[in-house]
Design a protein. Structure first.
Lengths: 524, 301
């Protein structure tokens, strides 16, 4: 279990503390605001940092009085906190003083100004009165440029997201973003659910990498009460996480190819991907949204037949992925479209605290599986895929390499699968405990913060979805000379999952269609 | 000898009525390359019929907006009368090849008109891309045509077709056939040059605001354009001598057209879409190639 330092700092000391942490190489992960007024205190803001070299996580806990709900912004030190602080105001009404852009991020435009949903005095089913003619606060258009809207609905955005491109001719000179159209308040909802219900809600945050979320939640609860789940359960989680990585990366490969009009690669990538879904179905009963995780372990054991099936599928997928990768590497037109486009420099990647394949494509050597190991990654050695170029081609190569590495990891996990139980009865979970967990998702990093509460329910659950940091950094990837033609693939290159970021239930459209089809098939 | 009226009817029928069938076959082929099953071969007919029956939704009262689909369709249909389709071209005369190129350009200008009159940023960008492409692609097409014309000593497509079959291939003709094949890929708005429509970037570019009958006209005209371009290519480089059996020539023509269209579809299926700047550089290269071919022809090779 990683070392976690929790340090209470006063508001006046905050900026200095953050500067010291960041200068020491710590990376900003997320901000969690909690309403502690029912417990006779004020608000509490937690800035969570990790340091990959030492493997230490640091939380700066800032008490914020109810009468004066504000604290200094830390976005001047680490711009990655810009969105987190906007969210802090939207959800809890805690203002980051000195923040350059406190426009609404999460709540919708017709939401009342004085209702902050995550405050405990707002019920989870509160419905604001209907408002007319509300509009998002938009950035002004720079002189001499026109607007090309990408969204809120657009063919290559599977989910609603609104990018306003400021263009001169075909050249993009600026971007404005309004998203969170899919926000459904599941953090709030979780406060009404039991610990053995939340993983199922959590898994539905993402239609592709749902297992990441349920694992992360379960691990946060386990960490809060200080238990280790049975080793076999840890291995099973790793197998499922890596299966998910394979199908997620292949899904991305297909979508990215589609965005640049390369439908042959799109269809082939998805053809290769499909057996992975079947293997997951054979193991868990579901091709997606496996329903396997609970705090304490996994609900289903792997059968010998299921394992044999997975091995066979891995052999096929490995062979076909390799031939697909070789074909793409040789494709000079694809290279022309992706090389040197959407570049995120190493320094920008650090400043904006991006993580996952996008960071590793910019030469950031960080992988949660290696630096903050969990589940079976404590035993299995993960080979990191790193590229230096920082462009979309580098992201493609990193993901290709990770797909093949995931196949190797599953084989290693299955070879060393320990015997034993898969579930541990956690008994009554005491209130007032804090647990944090991080999981390396296919799209980046998943982070969960859980505060346990009374009655077997979490008091506060905070989710950092994997896309959050990367999405925030997209405007940095619009380098001078970027054209309208490049923007859709730049946005796609972070493998965005908007509804994940916005914490919705069902995400990608194709996932939804699949589910519907399965349901129909299941019914006579 | 078949009457001119008969030929007009034949060419129009072939270009207008058979074009969706060719589109259906190539769609099916594309699906197979994708490892998909693909739609029925007759699907393009159903698509057109469906669109014809839909209510039209007009975003603007601009006359250009209403005129554009007619220009595109009329240009494509008129071009169909200029090109031999297994027999003599119905309106053949000494310089019909040149007129054909003009008509194809005229039809493409209709697309630009559609984009500019739609008052949509996507359509506007699509129109500007379309006209940029036209400017670099047309010279390649024209240079290839002149190369062949120079070899044959005539600008008439009928005579060119007859000439080549007798005289055989020369280096300049090989270059010209290659250059004009490249030009056709953009002329027919196929990948990697479907830059003006670019579904995943511009949502159909110039056509984004069209619906119902006008949209059917655009889609149908594009299919006609494919058949006309393929027939043009066949006339330049794969003509059958008129001395042979006319029935055979008539029957052979659809096969040749299909081969050309299949080749184009394979190229399209294997390419991601280029950026407009990359396409311009590509056609500048193709233009130099076509000019080299023309030089060869001038010096008799």
């Amino acid at each position: 279990m990683m070392e976690h330092i929790q340090k209470t700092v006063l508001r006046e000391q905050l900026t200095g503390e953050v500067s010291r942490l960041v200068a020491g190489g710590a990376r900003f992960v997320m901000t969690v605001g909690t309403d502690l007024r029912p417990q006779g205190q004020g608000f509490e803001v937690r800035h969570f940092f990790t340091h990959k070299e030492t493997g230490v996580a640091t939380t700066l806990v800032v008490p914020v009085p109810e009468a004066d709900p504000n604290l200094p912004t830390i976005s001047g030190v680490t711009p990655a906190a810009l969105w987190a602080e906007r969210e802090l105001y939207d959800m809890l009404g805690i203002k980051a003083e000195g923040h350059p852009d406190l426009r609404r991020l999460v709540v919708s435009d017709d939401w009342p100004d004085d209702v902050f949903p995550l405050r405990k005095d707002v019920p989870h089913n509160y419905r604001p009165p209907r408002a007319e003619n509300t509009r998002p606060a938009l950035k002004p258009v720079p002189d001499g440029s026109t607007i090309v809207p990408i969204g809120p609905f657009f063919p290559t955005l599977e989910e609603p997201a609104y990018f306003r491109l400021f263009v001169e001719g075909e050249t993009v000179v600026g971007v404005d973003y309004r998203g969170f159209y899919s926000h459904r308040g599941i953090e709030k909802l979780s406060e009404t659910l039991h610990y053995d219900q939340v993983p199922f809600l959590s898994e539905r945050i993402c239609g592709i990498c749902g297992f990441v979320h349920s694992t992360c939640f379960s691990q946060a609860v386990e960490q809060a009460i200080g238990v280790e789940v049975p080793v076999r359960a840890q291995y099973i989680r790793t197998v499922m996480l890596e299966l998910e990585r394979i199908h997620s990366h292949l899904l991305w490969l297909g979508l990215a190819a589609h965005v640049v009009g390369f439908d042959t690669a799109f269809m082939q990538a998805w053809r290769v991907r499909e057996p992975v879904m079947w293997a997951a179905e054979a193991l868990t009963g579901n091709r997606k949204t496996y329903g396997m995780n609970l705090p304490g372990g996994v609900r289903r054991d792997l059968t010998a037949e299921g394992i044999k099936n997975v091995r066979e599928v891995l052999n096929t997928v490995e062979k076909e992925t390799l031939s697909l990768v070789r074909a793409l590497e040789r494709d000079s037109s694809l290279r022309m479209r992706l090389q040197g486009v959407g570049v995120l420099t190493h320094q920008q990647a650090l400043d904006w605290a991006v993580i996952g394949p996008v960071a590793r494509a910019s030469g950031v050597r960080e992988d949660i599986r290696i630096h903050f190991p969990y589940a079976a990654y404590r035993d299995l050695e993960v080979k990191m895929a790193v590229r230096e170029a920082g462009d979309i081609w580098a992201r493609l190569e990193v993901r290709e390499e990770e797909t093949l590495e995931a196949i190797r990891l599953i084989r290693a996990a299955l070879d060393n699968l320990p015997a034993g139980p898969t579930m541990l009865d956690l008994g009554e979970i005491p209130a007032g405990k804090v647990g944090v967990a991080m999981v390396e998702a296919p799209r980046g990093q998943c982070y969960n913060h859980v505060v346990t509460g009374e009655g077997g329910r979490p008091y506060r659950w905070r989710v950092l979805a994997p896309t959050y940091m990367q999405l925030q950094a997209v405007p940095q990837m619009v380098t001078p000379g970027t054209t309208i033609a490049d923007f859709p693939i730049i946005a796609a290159s972070i493998d965005p999952c908007f509804s994940c970021t916005e914490r919705l239930e069902i995400v990608r459209r194709e996932g939804k269609v699949d589910d519907a089809v399965t349901q129909r098939r299941g019914q006579p | 000898m078949i009457s001119t009226t008969g030929l007009i009817l034949y060419n129009l029928a072939f270009a207008l009525l058979a074009a969706p069938l060719f589109a259906g076959i190539t769609r099916r082929l594309r699906a197979r390359l994708h490892s998909r099953q693909g739609p029925p071969v007759l699907q393009p007919y159903h698509d057109i019929l469906k669109l014809l029956g839909k209510t039209e939704c007009r975003v603007t009262g601009d006359w250009a907006f209403r005129l554009a689909p007619m220009v595109v369709m009329a240009g494509a249909a008129a071009a169909a009368l200029m090109v031999p389709m297994g027999a003599r071209a119905p309106l053949s005369f000494g310089g019909d090849g040149l007129v054909l190129i003009y008509l194809l350009t005229f039809s493409a200008i209709g697309t630009v008109l559609a984009g500019l009159s739609s008052h949509s940023p996507y359509a506007g960008v699509g129109a500007s891309r379309e006209i940029t492409l036209l400017l670099v692609v047309e010279p390649v097409m024209a240079a290839s045509f002149f190369t062949v014309a120079l070899r044959a000593g005539t600008l008439g497509l009928g005579q060119i077709a007859g000439h080549l079959a007798g005289a055989g291939f020369a280096p300049s003709l090989i270059i010209a056939s290659f250059a004009s094949f490249l030009a056709m890929q953009a002329e027919s708005a196929k990948l990697p040059f479907d830059i003006a429509e670019a579904e995943t970037e511009l949502m159909g570019g110039p056509f984004v605001e069209y619906s119902g009958t006008p949209l059917a006209a655009f889609q149908w005209a594009l299919m006609v354009r494919h058949v006309v371009l393929a027939s043009f290519f066949v006339a330049l480089f794969a003509g059958t001598p008129s001395l042979n059996s006319p029935v055979m020539a008539l029957l052979l023509h659809p096969v040749k057209v299909l081969i050309v269209l299949v080749l184009m579809e394979v190229v399209a299926a294997l390419s991601p879409r280029l950026r407009i700047g990359q396409a311009i550089r590509f056609y500048e290269g193709a233009g130099i190639l076509a000019l080299a071919g023309l030089m060869f022809a001038i010096f008799g090779a």
